[in-house]
Ligand binder design. Structure first.
Ligand SMILES: Nc1ncnc2c1ncn2[C@@H]1O[C@H](COP(=O)(O)OP(=O)(O)O)[C@@H](O)[C@H]1O
Ligand SMILES: [Mg+2]
Length: 281
């Protein structure tokens, strides 16, 4: 019990998020604990996955009302932090990798400058050391011609390369918690797996906890030990294997994705009737 407490990175109890006067909460009564492990959050579009991830980073729009019985990062209540304190945690203790690196990277700074800036900020390095650290981190994410890439601007690199740069920048300070929100959805299919394998490798090397958010339940199942299935803001099921899926919604998510073994199978529409029947019970 004691060990479990110590190794818990994130503890969430009854998280609720509501935007403005909206009558329907975006996130309702979500609870989970995260240790040094990989947790997936899946669900269809609008189910509250990103809102959950952004709430943890405290990066929701000002109209969002957040409440939780517990919302702790390594025992520290996140909801009590000032914006300034949150700023110090972001990047250093917790990092968010988003879908499209083109919108996350600064368009007017070279790749080298922005990775080095992250090294200066989070590792407290001087200019020359920060450049050296940026170079080795870019090599670590398998950018072989790091010197050439460092001189380029974000629009001059591919999406896959951009996401490697983001991973390098975000994981530089070895944050305890990494949240990856659809990290490969904007990338070419051919590079998706490589980017995920790399992310997984670095997260394990750093002994961080990972929350991998995606609508692709099979992809998440391949990387995570545990999966939370969200529907309409709620966790409807927690799985350790897709074979254990009981909820009709989860089965719908599994069936809605093309099975790599049967690539031409028709896509199924989620079974609303079964869902409503379940909800009525
Ligand atoms: N800034 C916002 N203002 C108002 N509603 C929002 C905002 N962000 C998200 N929502 C609403 O919250 C719900 C959950 O959205 P989101 O967390 O983005 O879902 P997902 O990531 O699972 O697709 C949706 O109904 C969405 O419209
Ligand atoms: Mg989302």
């Amino acid at each position: 019990m004691q060990d479990r407490e110590i190794s818990t990175i994130l503890s969430v109890r009854n998280l609720n998020v509501r935007f403005g006067r909206s009558s329907i909460p975006a996130v309702s009564e979500v609870s989970f604990d995260l240790g040094r492990e990989r947790l997936g959050i899946v669900g269809e579009s609008g189910s509250g996955k990103s809102t959950t991830g952004r709430a943890i980073m405290r990066l929701l729009s000002p109209s969002a009302e957040i409440s939780a019985e517990r919302f702790d990062l390594a025992g520290n209540p996140l909801l009590e932090k000032t914006e300034r304190q949150m700023g110090a945690l972001r990047g250093k203790e917790m990092a968010l990798i988003m879908q499209d690196p083109r919108y996350s990277l600064n368009p007017v700074l070279t790749i080298g400058r922005q990775v080095a800036e992250a090294a200066r900020l989070h590792l407290g390095l001087g200019r020359a050391q920060a450049m050296e650290s940026a170079r080795s981190m870019l090599q670590r994410v398998r950018i072989s011609d790091a010197d050439r890439v460092m001189a380029l601007y974000p629009h001059q690199i591919s999406g896959g390369m951009g996401q490697r740069v983001m991973i390098a920048m975000m994981l530089l300070a070895k944050p305890k918690l990494v949240i990856a929100d659809e990290p490969t959805s904007a990338l070419d299919v051919s590079v998706r797996k490589d980017v995920l394998v790399l992310l997984d490798e670095l997260v394990r090397e750093n002994d961080s906890g990972l929350i991998l958010i995606s609508h692709d339940i099979r992809m998440v199942a391949a990387f995570c030990e545990r999966i939370l299935v969200m529907y309409a803001g709620r966790v409807v099921e927690t799985l350790t294997s897709l074979d254990d899926a009981r909820h009709p919604y989860t089965r719908g998510l599994i069936a809605a994705l093309p099975d790599p073994r049967h690539p031409v199978r028709r896509l199924k529409v989620l079974d609303r009737k079964a869902l409503e029947a379940e909800a009525a019970q």
